[in-house]
Design a protein around this ligand. Structure first.
Ligand code: GBH
Length: 446
């Protein structure tokens, strides 16, 4: 019989991010982030929504942490808003730090392990105005911010995530332009930002280990399982493989193996900063763990007309879809196994996994049975990989509550707790009760 029980020390958690939940972006000495600016430009966000109020977590975090305690989660992944803590270059805002100190204290008082993300895309606007991550100076600013957090919280916080999904920041922020900072077709920007973000991670790893005992730092990597549309055609296989390199390996290989994927270098080396090879020497082996954010798979076919990559994404025939993406639980299993086979079985966490649902008239917004089905299937693949020796240590569900889903605004809901965005009232959905029971028993009933 298959083992359907997770070990007692498996870290069940939920994830959130600062700009998506906090609101009050300019309170108590904070300065704007690029997301504050971007979301106030008419036409950028669905219904012109923004994070001014969001879930009002800035004022209601106590209630939300009580909910975490009731869910019986063992860990909580959240991000810190950089411009709250460093409102201008080289300046520390104690009131900003104090907000996160209250959160850390409250979590620890409830025996919930904090996992802190340093960078979940809300770059300080002052940094962007200096060229943002296109410029190498961004690395020093990132280190100043990171050192400040390690000094303040290092005695109590042992799990750190330097970056959230650098691929999404780089592609949607510099090439597609539907996310902040909102550049389009800027390949140089994309590869410079990628490099400076990964280099920052590597240097933060060194600083953390020098200054804090028993701490670990990794990256939450957006991982998509890529497939050839027609597996029997070499050109489709090549297209899927290239996209795998571009989406997945480009952001893991430098900080594990100390190199950029060969297949990409031929096409992209000219877009990287000049000194990249020198930097790579200090970038390898700097992930204490790998974080995997997994939602979907994508099929690719060869396309002559797509510049540079010659790959075009196409829907996979026959696959079920959520409101955003196709559903493919085996992709999560495949990616987890790959951590074992290709990345030395590094410890890993599922740092995000979740399911979007829009509210529609005539349907109970608390009945999210489809979400439960999605979660079950994916958590089953986590267990399968774990039973096969993958060192996966925890699972963070995205998300604790409905929140500001970036370019999709408040329409696209990922929470297991519902937020009424008029009254800001929180209500548990069916999935929250289901998750609580799973955590309680550790047994996955399909
Ligand atoms: C993660 O991003 C983020 O870390 C988190 O902040 C976010 O809330 C969560 O996942 C859920 O999305 O226009 O339908 O083609 C995932 C980033 C955002 C990348 C949406 C793809 C365009 C989707 N994704 N984006 S769509």
């Amino acid at each position: 019989m298959e083992n359907n029980k997770f070990p007692d020390d498996f870290l069940w958690g939920t994830s959130t991010a600062s700009y998506q939940i906090e609101g009050s972006p300019l309170a108590d000495g904070a300065t704007p982030s690029i997301w504050h600016k971007f979301s106030h430009i008419p036409g950028k966000i669905k219904n012109n929504e923004n994070g001014d109020i969001a879930c009002d977590y800035y004022n209601r975090y106590e209630e939300d942490i009580e909910n975490l305690a009731k869910l019986k989660v063992k860990a909580y992944r959240f991000s810190i808003s950089w411009p709250r803590v460093v409102p201008e270059p080289g300046k520390i805002n104690q009131k900003g730090l104090d907000f996160y100190k209250r959160i850390v204290d409250k979590l620890l008082s409830r025996n919930i392990e904090p996992f802190i993300t340093l960078f979940h895309w809300d770059t300080p606007l002052w940094l962007e105005e200096m060229g943002g991550f296109r410029e190498r100076a961004s690395v020093d600013h990132f280190l100043f911010y990171g050192e400040t957090l390690f000094r303040e919280f290092g005695d109590r916080v042992k799990h750190w995530i330097s970056l959230n999904e650098p691929i999404v920041y780089a592609i949607q922020g510099y090439v597609i332009g539907d996310m902040a900072p909102g550049y389009k077709r800027n390949l140089k920007g994309m590869f410079h930002a990628t490099h400076h973000l990964l280099l920052s991670h590597a240097k933060l790893n060194a600083i953390l280990h020098k200054s804090v005992k028993d701490a670990q730092i990794g990256i939450a990597e957006a991982q998509i399982w890529t497939k050839p549309l027609r597996p029997n055609l070499k050109r489709d296989r090549n297209a899927a493989d290239l996209m795998d390199n571009l989406i997945n390996r480009l952001y893991i290989d430098p900080v594990t193996k100390g190199k950029y994927p060969e297949k990409l270098l031929a096409k992209t080396a000219k877009h990287l900063p000049k000194a990249f090879e020198e930097d790579l020497k200090e970038m390898g082996n700097t992930c204490d763990f790998i974080g995997i954010n997994y939602y979907t798979s994508q099929s690719y076919r060869y396309s002559l007309f797509t510049p540079l990559i010659h790959a075009r994404e196409v829907p996979t025939p026959g696959y079920k879809r959520s409101a955003m993406w196709e559903i493919y639980p085996d992709g999560l299993y495949n990616l987890l196994l790959r951590v074992k086979t290709d990345y030395g079985n590094l410890p890993c966490y599922i740092t995000e996994n979740g399911f979007p649902l829009k509210e529609v008239k005539g349907r109970d917004p608390l009945d999210d049975t489809e979400r439960i089905e999605y979660l079950k299937e994916h958590i089953q693949r986590v267990l399968k990989a774990k039973n096969e020796g993958v060192d996966v240590r925890g699972y963070f569900l995205w998300s604790l509550m409905d929140n500001f889903e970036w370019e999709h605004g408040y329409d696209m809901r990922f929470g297991i707790i519902r937020v009424d965005f008029t009254t800001l009232e929180r209500t548990w959905k069916k999935s929250a009760y289901w998750y609580r029971d799973l955590i309680k028993t550790g047994v996955l009933n399909l």
